[in-house]
Ligand binder design. Structure first.
Ligand code: TXA
Ligand code: MG
Length: 311
């Protein structure tokens, strides 16, 4: 049976002790809910892959409470320093060279010599990480290929009894996964997300390369069909057709509106929750209004095009 924990001193302390004992604990961050396990415990990390039904070549992000804990695991650099100063804690993941001998399970890196690290901003995540006092590996807390969870109920619905405990911290404020920036070589955007590429290149004072679908590194949910609802998804819908569940943006007549006032931050926060809700109506198809391809719209369109990809 899954334990349902609340965001209280007792809930946090129970969640931390379960993590230290090798259990799987889902917890909220500002982006999405993560399915956490002690990153130094091979068995616990193996259970993440098992619970998600995830292809094991996909490496995981390690979540830490502070910068010192990060620097103990990866080779830090001046570029890392600049972006961390600007965006941490927050929805940004950095991929850096793994320190030789760092106490991280090889299952976390999938054998790569780099490690993805992140300092989440949500106070509940920070409190949990401080109390656990271990690096916590956590992918999004959903079955592989399904829509990412932005509420505790989404986690329960997707993972059921495969998770030992769920720490409920309410809805996630950003609602989209973190941006992943590769800093093991030339700065490269590995996944668009909560921090825009414009903001990153501004801070780094240089252009950031973008990873292409054909590149070899296996990165973020980079299988084309990902984030898939049961319903088919039709993008850039200017008109809606009969029988479609209508997901709008801006001044349109629809079932749910990502942001009537065309605010991309609000749209990102609503995206997964609204896809979950429209999917739950049992509609055969979800049609989505066009989303401007600027700022956070780039990350929103990335997730939507994966939701719409051929399966
Ligand atoms: O917002 C987020 O990032 C959420 C919350 C829970 O922190 N986590 C998340 O994890 O989205 P996940 O596992 O769903 O996506 C992480 C992606 C993986 O698909 C993986 O390919 C990429 O990060 N990744 C991890 N380590 C990497 C590495 N060393 N090199 C390149 N990509 C890496
Ligand atoms: Mg995911």
């Amino acid at each position: 049976m899954t334990e349902h924990l609340s965001n209280t001193a007792e809930g946090l302390s129970r969640a931390a002790s379960l993590l230290r004992d090798g259990a799987l604990v889902a917890f909220p961050t500002e982006t999405v809910y993560g399915l956490g396990a002690d990153a130094g415990n091979d068995r616990a990390v193996a259970r993440i892959y098992e619970a998600k039904g995830r292809p094991s070549f996909n490496p995981l992000i390690v979540h830490l409470a502070d910068l010192d804990a990060v620097k103990a695991l990866v080779e830090w650099s001046s570029e890392a320093d600049a972006v961390a100063e600007a965006f941490w804690p927050g929805p940004l993941t950095l991929v850096l060279p793994l320190r030789p001998g760092a106490p991280v399970s090889k299952l976390v890196t999938a054998g790569l010599d780099t490690l993805a690290v992140r300092l989440p901003a949500a106070p509940v995540a920070q409190a949990l990480l401080r109390e656990t006092a271990r690096p916590v590996a956590a992918p999004s807390a959903n079955r592989s290929g399904h829509i990412s969870p932005t509420r505790a109920e989404h986690v329960a619905a997707s993972l059921g009894d495969r998770v030992d405990a769920i720490l409920d911290g309410g809805p996630c404020s950003v609602g989209l996964e973190s941006t992943i920036l590769g800093l093991a070589g030339r700065p490269t955007l590995l996944r668009p997300g909560g921090i825009t590429i414009e903001a990153l290149s501004h801070v780094l004072g240089q252009r950031i390369a973008e990873r292409h679908e054909t590149d070899k590194i296996s990165a973020p949910g980079q299988t084309r069909s990902h984030y898939a609802p049961n319903a088919l998804v039709r993008l850039n819908a200017v008109d809606f057709e009969d029988g479609e569940a209508r997901l709008g943006f801006g001044d349109v007549d629809c079932d749910l509106n990502l942001s009537p006032g065309e605010d991309l931050t609000e749209a990102a926060a609503n995206l997964f929750e609204y896809l979950h809700r429209l999917d739950a109506t049992g509609a055969a198809r979800i049609a989505v209004s066009p989303i401007p391809h600027i700022g956070l719209g780039v990350a929103i369109n990335d997730r939507l095009s994966r939701a719409a990809a051929d399966r």
